[in-house]
Design a protein around this ligand. Structure first.
Ligand SMILES: O=C(O)[C@H](O)[C@H](O)COP(=O)(O)O
Ligand SMILES: [Mg+2]
Length: 307
């Protein structure tokens, strides 16, 4: 059963127990471009309280499955909402995918990736020195009818990488399908599998719903790199030395954020400002994924402001 947090004492006890705070972004810190009420203030409180001598220094990390933006893009988004965050505190599935392709898959330099995704994903691939086609290329961002007669297979494509792409179309799906069925050994990778994406005005199809047509057409599941996969945690641990026993992840989705935390031996705090609602964690249809703590919103931690 999850512990429902509500009092200042509840939140103070979290400060006592955890030095590293991992924050999911969509549905926790913001919905689309709208910050969650109190989120920026709470980040500031945690930084300030973490510097006081009664607590070990607090480390804040931001761990998002949203592959539409690069770490630098996210730094700009944090700046815009007035949150003091550095690029090396940000871990996105776009970055994790680029690291996976270069360091785990070890894609040969003469090979390339066919991308379904947006400029942030392309930026992270470029930063890792990975060659790619597709993505925001104008030839792929078209509503023209796709015909194989006009398509030339690139034999150097050794992986297809699919992330959230708000300009998805039949041409992109068809090209990806050609590479995955006609280039021998072509890897099928997705940045993440979130089914939906929480915006300020409601839910939209998420990255998992963008790659779903390919999975159905292929009859094959991809390798997924974002939460809850361990790949994302490996990516963070390669850069940041933290103690899982003194680390908490704050998330809004049970089958990504909370599972990711549980698999990594982290404490988990679920907030109800994004994907998950009370009916998902209580009553007859409650999920089997049970967070350690629950609170309505990250803004509830403003109770810590007085110190
Ligand atoms: O569709 C997606 O990619 C996800 O809904 C979204 O981007 C998740 O982002 P997160 O909650 O991990 O910040
Ligand atoms: Mg989220």
């Amino acid at each position: 059963m999850a512990t429902q947090l509500s009092s200042k004492e509840d939140y103070e006890s979290l400060l006592d127990k955890y030095d590293t705070w991992m924050f999911d972004c969509d549905g926790v810190l913001w919905r689309g471009d709208s910050p969650i009420d109190g989120a920026v203030e709470v980040l500031d409180i945690l930084r300030k309280r973490g510097k006081l001598n009664q607590y070990p220094r607090k480390r804040l990390l931001f761990v998002t499955n949203n592959a539409t933006k690069s770490r630098k893009n996210y730094k700009g988004k944090f700046d815009k909402i007035g949150a003091q965050v550095t690029v090396d505190e940000i871990y996105g599935s776009a970055y994790a995918a680029a690291v996976y392709i270069s360091s785990v898959m070890k894609l040969p330099k003469d090979k390339k990736v066919y991308v379904i995704g947006m400029s942030g994903l392309e930026e992270e691939l470029r930063e890792e020195g990975i060659s790619f086609i597709g993505g925001t290329d104008s030839a792929d961002n078209t509503l023209e009818t796709f015909t194989l007669a006009n398509f030339t297979l690139d034999p150097d494509v050794a992986a297809v990488l699919c992330g959230l792409d708000t300009r998805i179309n039949y041409t992109k799906l068809s090209k990806a399908f050609q590479y995955l069925t006609r280039n021998p050994g072509c890897h099928f990778l997705v940045t993440n599998e979130d089914s939906t994406y929480p915006t300020a005005d409601g839910l939209l199809p998420g990255a998992g719903s963008i790659s779903a047509p390919l999975r159905f057409a292929l009859g094959e599941d991809p390798i997924s790199i974002g939460k809850p996969a361990k790949t994302m945690l490996d990516c963070i641990q390669a850069k940041v030395n933290f103690d899982p026993a003194r680390t908490i992840i704050v998330g809004d989705r049970l089958n990504t954020d909370i599972l990711f935390g549980q698999a990594g031996g982290l404490a988990t705090l679920l907030v109800l400002t994004g994907i998950t609602s009370t009916k998902d964690i209580t009553g007859p249809h409650a999920s089997s994924i049970v967070p350690k703590y629950v609170t309505d919103s990250i803004g509830d931690l403003r109770a810590l402001r007085s110190g």
